[in-house]
Design a protein around this ligand. Structure first.
Ligand SMILES: Cc1ncc(COP(=O)(O)O)c(C=O)c1O
Length: 460
């Protein structure tokens, strides 16, 4: 057996044990690493080694140097950003996709990739209650999904743009709470930031459809071309849910592409009691949710669906001669539906996750997190020194100390400096707000209670 395979086998066994211990003992690490910028880079050589090094030395540096510089997204008390809910079965799928190293450019370049992607996206679509005609494809992130949605919307509104370039007066609409990736997508597709209208939201941070309608009418009067609306189900700051059906009605009235960004909260629609969040989603042209946010799947894996794969394909297909195959007429070639030609075998990890936990296991986890969120919301409401700033439909709780922004910022810094948790902040209604995003598969009620106790004891 060759040395490098022998080394792989030995180190691989050691690492699987390390990973299992990591999942078991994540709590022993500080959530945020206590290091300053440059703290890791300074300890590493400035040039790569001329000669190969023994695997043991590489592992030693991983344990001693890299791990202490990691922010532990998999820590049960990591509650800063929408959590990457990696899970052991997902890691196994990821391992295999690295080993196979296949690339689903066209069906023939690895039939398993294309077909498993179709199957897992179909299962997820059914669990979410989305219509059967929705075509699913996996991208790396929801930001990439936004670029694809906006490019497809442009293709629908202005098919000549593909040939001639230019945005030619196109205008995109999203609420003032929409994720920055929407605006970035508009930049990337050449729409321009000036042509992104940020529509006002209501007291619960939901897009106001009447303001949307008026903005579109005013742009039409000015001779511009409204072409795309983005509704968000689970906004980044407060997890608010835009009124999808009413937004769809406005989009339909003016013939606009409707994209739904359900990157974070989408999985909650698997629960019958949360299905309402996607009411009207069947009318969307495209839809994105991130299993790497709240569906037990490690980054990166973003699920993108479209009711108009024909338009998405028109926007992106460009086939070089060397990639023409005998199956083109009968098989799906995923490169036709994406900017990237190649794609990792991402569906493997999702397939492992969906099969291992099953729909019941996923629902149990979602319900647990929502219950933790609601109990924390109740605790905030019961403390006269604090106020809750937004409704809690999922695992995200936004609150603030009833004091100045500076006091809230200091409170957040104090809590995070303990290493016991990592919370984040946002600004809502012009005020500094603390966000606690619950979503790790190992988080317990005790974790949430202790974090709240820490916040309370750290307040002025
Ligand atoms: C609502 C929403 N949309 C999109 C994104 C971007 O996700 P990604 O990192 O997959 O691009 C985020 C990230 O938190 C988000 O909260």
């Amino acid at each position: 057996m060759s040395k490098h395979i022998d080394d792989f086998r030995r180190a691989g066994h050691e690492l699987v044990d390390w990973i299992a211990d990591y999942f078991e003992d994540t709590r022993k690490y500080p959530v945020l690493p206590p290091i300053e910028p440059g703290g890791l880079a300074r300890q590493l050589p400035r040039s790569g080694p001329g000669q190969g090094e023994p695997m043991d030395r590489i592992l030693e540096d991983f344990y001693k140097l890299v791990v202490p510089a990691v922010t532990h997204w998999n820590h049960p008390r990591f509650m800063a950003y929408f959590p990457s809910s990696g899970s052991p079965p997902g890691v196994l799928g990821e391992m295999l996709s690295a080993a196979l190293n296949t690339n689903a450019i066209v069906w023939k370049s690895s039939p398993a990739n294309t077909e498993l992607e179709g199957v897992t996206m179909g299962w997820l679509r059914q669990w979410l209650g989305l219509p059967e005609e929705f075509f699913g494809i996996i991208y790396d992130t929801a930001s990439t999904g936004a670029v694809h949605a906006i490019a497809a919307a442009r293709e629908m509104a202005d098919p000549e743009a593909r040939l001639k370039g230019g945005a030619r007066g196109l205008v995109l609409y999203a609420s003032d709470q929409a994720h920055s990736s929407v605006e970035k997508g508009a930049i990337a597709v050449g729409i321009g930031r000036e042509n992104v209208r940020k529509i006002g939201s209501d007291a619960e941070f939901r897009l106001k459809p009447d303001l949307l309608r008026r903005a579109i009418e005013s742009d039409l009067q000015a001779g511009l071309k409204p072409f795309c609306v983005v509704a968000t189900v689970g906004t980044t700051s407060s997890a608010s849910v835009d009124p999808v059906a009413e937004t769809a009605a406005v989009a339909e009235k003016f013939g606009l592409w409707l994209h739904i960004d359900a990157a974070y909260a989408g999985p909650a629609a698997i629960l019958p009691e949360r299905r309402w969040i996607l009411e009207g989603a069947e009318r969307a042209h495209s839809f994105v949710l991130n299993p790497h946010k709240w569906l037990l799947t490690s980054a990166d894996l973003s699920a993108f669906y479209t009711r108009r794969p024909d338009i998405l394909r028109r926007a992106f297909t460009l086939v070089p001669e060397y990639l023409r195959t005998g199956q083109d007429a009968v098989a799906t070639n995923l490169m036709d539906y994406s900017l990237a030609m190649g794609r990792r075998f991402r569906s493997l990890k999702l397939w492992f996750v969906l099969r291992y936990y099953g729909r019941d296991g996923v629902m149990e986890m979602l319900r647990r997190h929502i219950a933790f969120g609601q109990r924390l919301a109740g605790a905030v409401d019961a403390d006269p020194r604090f106020e809750r700033v937004a409704p809690v439909h999922f695992g995200l709780v936004c609150f603030r100390y009833k004091g100045t922004d500076e006091q809230n910022q200091k409170l957040l810094d104090t809590v995070n400096a303990t290493g016991k948790t990592f919370l984040s902040h946002t600004v809502l209604n012009g005020r500094y707000v603390i966000r606690c995003a619950i979503g790790n598969f190992q988080t317990t009620q005790e974790d949430v209670d202790e974090i709240w106790a820490l916040v309370r004891s750290s307040a002025p």
